[in-house]
Design a protein around this ligand. Structure first.
Ligand code: NAD
Length: 368
């Protein structure tokens, strides 16, 4: 059988710096665990614009459709700020999400014990936290028609339309239930069924998918505004949260920040299963290209490395190896190793991007 394939799109700014550490970890899995990946690399964002005059070449898009997983670094930077909207670096990312139809966005909020003091919440509220927000990514109010700014009765009116079809709700609900089966077996669905018809349909369809296909998973429903309160009050009550594009955008940022630094946050975007049964998938850190620290060796590579751990778990069925990698990161943090973004008020000497990567590989070696 062919090796599983990965397309690396490192992008701009700190993207290539953090991705360099991921590449070393991919090689480690080949050398030490016999998990050999067929890795190819290409350009995205400003780096692609510099060469092709657009932020994603058609050949790159075609390659992304063929591989088992895309790993993306970050795109953007001040050099590209004045480009026309149609060729801005972020358009490359949006094209990938759209053409691969990545409808299910997974945003974990996981608190490593060593960083529990970093949260703005009390330590006992966040220590050991491990929840997953599943956000619908390709429909809802960001895409619904009609949209625009129109003239009405002598004044302007801004319109966006919240719109969900049953099949769009069904597929993201399935994705959440499937995830829950591999985790704590609990899904909480969030909408505003009290004031929105799209919320009423959302609730009905999620309940039906549950009753017909996943009766063994525990399902609850919550209004999204209450969900926001509960997330900061006692987040450990949740396992998987599934919600729409708009609420998911806000709730996932809120949940992510429970755990501290942007340099720690991975994400996955999944689509429909391909012929080999694997979902179309793109994995990327939540952070951007961080132009303020790019080229200085200061970036924290953990968000990007954790994104690869998600690829191991959700694309390659290597949950144990994903856990090995997460535990290696936990060990390094517990040992007090910190990049600059993780330095607390007590200070200390931060390690570089490369040093953090090397420490994680040392911990992986020690795990054997
Ligand atoms: P950003 O995430 O790049 O940076 C925000 C702050 O967090 C900066 O101070 C940065 O130094 C810090 N930071 C981010 N990642 C870090 C890491 N791994 N280690 C240590 N510190 C880290 O957001 P921004 O400054 O608003 O945007 C910069 C550029 O990135 C813009 O061009 C923006 O459009 C783009 N962007 C891209 C993505 C993406 O590629 N997915 C996401 C967000 C922003």
């Amino acid at each position: 059988m062919a090796n599983p394939s990965i397309l690396i799109l490192a992008g701009d700014g700190i993207g290539p710096e953090v991705m360099a550490e991921v590449k070393k970890i991919i090689s480690w899995y080949g050398d030490k665990r016999g998990l050999v990946f067929d890795v190819s690399e290409d350009l995205v964002g400003g780096a692609a614009y510099d060469v092709h005059g657009k932020p994603l070449a058609d050949e790159t898009m075609a390659r992304a459709q063929e591989v088992d997983a895309v790993l993306l670094g970050a795109v953007g930077g001040p050099k590209y700020d004045n480009l026309d909207f149609s060729v801005k670096p972020e358009r490359g990312l949006l094209r990938l999400r759209k053409e691969m139809d990545l409808f299910s966005n997974l945003r974990p909020a996981q608190c490593f014990d060593a960083l529990a003091d970093f949260s703005s919440l009390k330590k006992d509220v966040v220590a050991g936290l491990d929840i997953m927000i599943v956000r619908e990514l390709t429909s809802g109010v960001y895409f619904g028609m009609p949209r625009g700014i129109f003239e009405e009765n002598g004044e302007r009116v801004g319109i966006n339309t919240q719109r969900y079809t049953e099949s769009e709700i069904e597929r993201v609900a399935r994705s959440a239930f499937e995830l829950a089966k591999r985790r704590g077996n609990k899904v909480c669905s969030m909408e505003k069924a009290n004031v929105m018809e799209s919320g009423i349909l959302w609730r009905e369809v999620v309940q039906r998918v549950h009753d017909e296909e996943y009766p063994e998973v525990e399902l609850s429903h919550m209004y999204a505004d209450n969900g926001a309160m509960q997330l900061v009050r006692w987040p450990k009550q949740f396992d998987v949260i599934v919600t729409d594009n708009l609420f998911g955008d806000i709730l996932s940022d809120c949940a992510a920040m429970l755990t501290g630094s942007l340099g720690m946050l991975p994400s996955a975007s999944l689509g429909a299963p391909m012929e080999n049964g694997r979902p179309k998938a793109m994995y990327e850190p939540v952070h951007g290209s961080a132009p303020d620290i790019a080229g200085q060796g200061k970036a924290n590579p953990i968000a990007c490395i954790l994104s690869f751990a998600m690829a191991l778990r959700y694309s390659f069925d290597q949950g144990d190896e994903a856990t090995r990698l997460e535990k290696a990161i936990e060990k390094v943090l517990a040992d007090g190793v910190r990049t600059a973004d993780l330095m607390g008020p007590e200070g200390g000497t931060p390690v570089s991007t490369v040093e953090m990567g090397a420490k994680i590989i040392e911990a992986l070696d020690a795990s054997l």
